[in-house]
Design a protein around this ligand. Structure first.
Ligand code: C2E
Ligand code: MG
Ligand code: MG
Length: 552
């Protein structure tokens, strides 16, 4: 009877680590597993690595050898790409028979059933069963991380019309493509699921502020607005309305969050569709403001609403003003003068930083030449570059055009990069920076010390200057840790032949401290606040070199 089954008789080796020897196997075993000539060899020798991948198999073999009590288990053997059901019976002490049954097909079918039970067959997105679980996971995670979680309820606008006029096949295809685009909008830790019909849910764990949510919302609205190409209809367009509820503010369980996200979604529909509503009124206002700024930002360039302010940089030995950092401001028609903190991140998210950055470069160069021609002493003018600009292939041509158009001496232009740009260290970044440097432009690292600093890139990118971040300068006099960091950065920079500038110098004591630490330059409110170009010219003419000069 036994010969009808694939089986083997084995002997318990009793050594450590525990192993088993094949005493005899039948032909059905060979046929099933494809293994041959195993008699007399050890299991771990016949299938190397099995002990590590299937330790429970060794445990069961060991237990049956010891106790004589039969057991059965199901295991996946990777080397054989097979699911096996194995029954193990003891024959005499330390000897046992293992009988095998290939259950791979059954397991695959089970997996398929599991998948179908948890996924929407049309879009293959997780279904409502899964999303409930994901929201609960997100709530646990966010509680632990002291962050929030958001539930986005999305409903496609006018889906019924598309379905009714173009047919269900087109409707289904549209849902599939929407699902694809939604997947593209989220991080791997987020979940998109289809609720049913034209409704989708998006779960965002680890949310810190409204901006984390509006970024996803803006991306979703933008991506869905692009036309779809479905079965000959190549300009099918649709929009969506979204409602957002936030854990723990709006609710602490799935059902409450879902209800509130749904309510918020209806507000979005009532508000005119193709938009997003938050359940919470304050959040709604914040999100509205961010989304409104994003739209206004598009127009701000054409309407010439940006201005550059300039903050002087002083040489700590001579006391002379030797440079200026250009800091952008937005003269918003209703909100007044906005600092970059209000809009740079929105500009980066939306890609608008590219045209804005282009304007900045042109304007900085133009202004520098005006000052140069106005008879002021030579000034190096610095512009901030965003990491997003670096991803654009046009950066280099933008710089070249700003140089040519203004006729500025490239030595008088400095670009401030953040460590995050250099960390990428791709060939593209490297070659772009090399070429920028070859024009004679200076490079400095902004907010130095706040990123992942590496000496290797300072060398590789031939940086000229480190801008020590204000967070180390602020408490320089009182915090010995900060003082030690600043000293170390200056020493390191000196030994690499780099200049250092301290940002955020707010009083004379800090200035003196920096001077004795051999910091080269300083910038901060103590010297002057950022000011518009006209004020800056007046400041330059009246600057008393002795005020910031070294006594020694
Ligand atoms: P940043 O490049 O590190 O600029 C220094 C910031 O510190 C400026 O803020 C400046 O006004 C402020 N500051 C200067 N001295 C002091 C001081 O003594 N005390 C204090 N508490 N603050 C001081 P601002 O102008 O608000 O700019 C913020 C950030 O926005 C800049 O940080 C820069 O990262 C970014 N930014 C500014 N203009 C541009 C731009 O044209 N393009 C890009 N991509 N980013 C810009
Ligand atoms: Mg800067
Ligand atoms: Mg800085």
């Amino acid at each position: 009877m036994l010969d009808g089954f694939a089986h083997c008789i084995m002997h318990f080796d009793g050594e450590s680590p525990v192993d088993f020897t094949y005493l005899s196997v039948n032909s059905a075993f060979n046929k099933l597993t494809g293994l041959s000539d195993v008699t007399g060899r050890r299991v771990s020798d016949v299938i190397p690595g099995l002990r590590e991948t299937n330790s429970e198999l060794f445990e069961v073999y060991g237990r049956v050898s010891r106790t004589g009590v039969p057991e059965r288990l199901e295991v996946y053997i990777e080397r054989l790409a097979m699911w096996l059901s194995i029954s193990v019976y003891s024959t005499q002490k330390d000897h046992f028979i293992a009988v095998f049954d290939n259950i791979t097909d059954r397991k695959k079918a089970e997996e398929q059933v599991m998948f179908l039970a948890h996924h929407d067959p049309l879009t293959e997105l997780p279904n409502r069963l899964v999303v409930r679980d994901r929201v609960e996971q997100a709530m646990i995670y966010s509680t632990r991380e002291k962050s929030k979680a958001a539930l986005l309820f999305l409903d496609i606008d006018n889906f019924k019309i598309i379905n009714d006029t173009l047919g269900h096949t087109v409707g289904d295809a549209l849902l599939q493509q929407v699902a694809l685009r939604l997947r593209y909008c989220i991080r791997t830790t987020d979940t998109v699921s289809r609720q049913g019909g034209d409704e989708f849910l998006i779960v965002l764990p680890g949310v810190h502020d409204t901006a984390d949510i509006t970024t996803v919302v803006a991306k979703v609205l933008e991506l869905l607005a692009a036309p779809f190409e479905i079965e000959g209809h190549n300009d099918l367009s649709t929009t969506a309305s979204l409602g957002v509820s936030v854990f723990p503010d709006d609710g602490k369980d799935f059902d409450t969050l879902l209800r509130k996200a749904d309510t918020a979604m209806y507000h979005a529909k009532e508000g005119g569709r193709n938009r997003c509503s938050f359940f919470d009124r304050q959040m709604n206002a914040d999100a509205d403001e961010r989304l409104a700024l994003r739209n206004e930002l598009r127009r701000a360039i054409d309407r010439e609403e940006f201005v550059l302010y300039y903050q002087p940089q002083v040489d700590l030995v001579s006391g002379a003003i030797i440079g200026a950092e250009a800091l952008i401001r937005w003269r918003h028609p209703e909100r007044g003068l906005l600092a970059p903190g209000h809009f740079i991140s929105i500009a980066e998210e939306s890609g608008l930083i590219v045209p804005i950055g282009e304007w900045v470069l042109h304007e900085v160069c133009r202004q520098a030449v005006v000052w140069q021609n106005g008879g002021f002493p030579e000034l190096v003018v610095a512009a901030n570059l965003s990491a997003v600009q670096f991803k654009q292939s046009e950066l280099e041509s933008t710089i070249v055009s700003a140089l040519l158009k203004s006729g500025i001496d490239p030595r008088l232009l400095e670009l401030e990069l953040t460590e995050s740009i250099l960390i990428k260290d791709t060939e593209q970044v490297l070659s772009t920076i090399r070429r920028i440097k070859s024009f004679g432009i200076k490079l400095s690292i902004d907010d130095f010390g706040t990123g992942y600093s590496s000496l290797a890139y300072l060398k590789r990118f031939s940086v000229d200057k480190l801008k020590i971040d204000q967070s180390f300068i602020r408490d320089l006099e009182t915090d010995p840790g900060d003082a030690a960091i600043v000293r170390a950065v200056i020493q390191m920079a000196r030994s690499l032949g780099l200049r250092t500038i301290a940002e955020g110098v707010e009083n004379q004591r800090i200035l003196e401290h920096l001077r004795v630490s051999h910091c080269d330059e300083a910038q901060g409110y103590h010297i002057a606040r950022p000011m518009c170009a006209d004020e800056f010219a007046i400041f330059l003419s009246s600057h008393d070199v002795n005020r910031h000069r070294s006594e020694s």
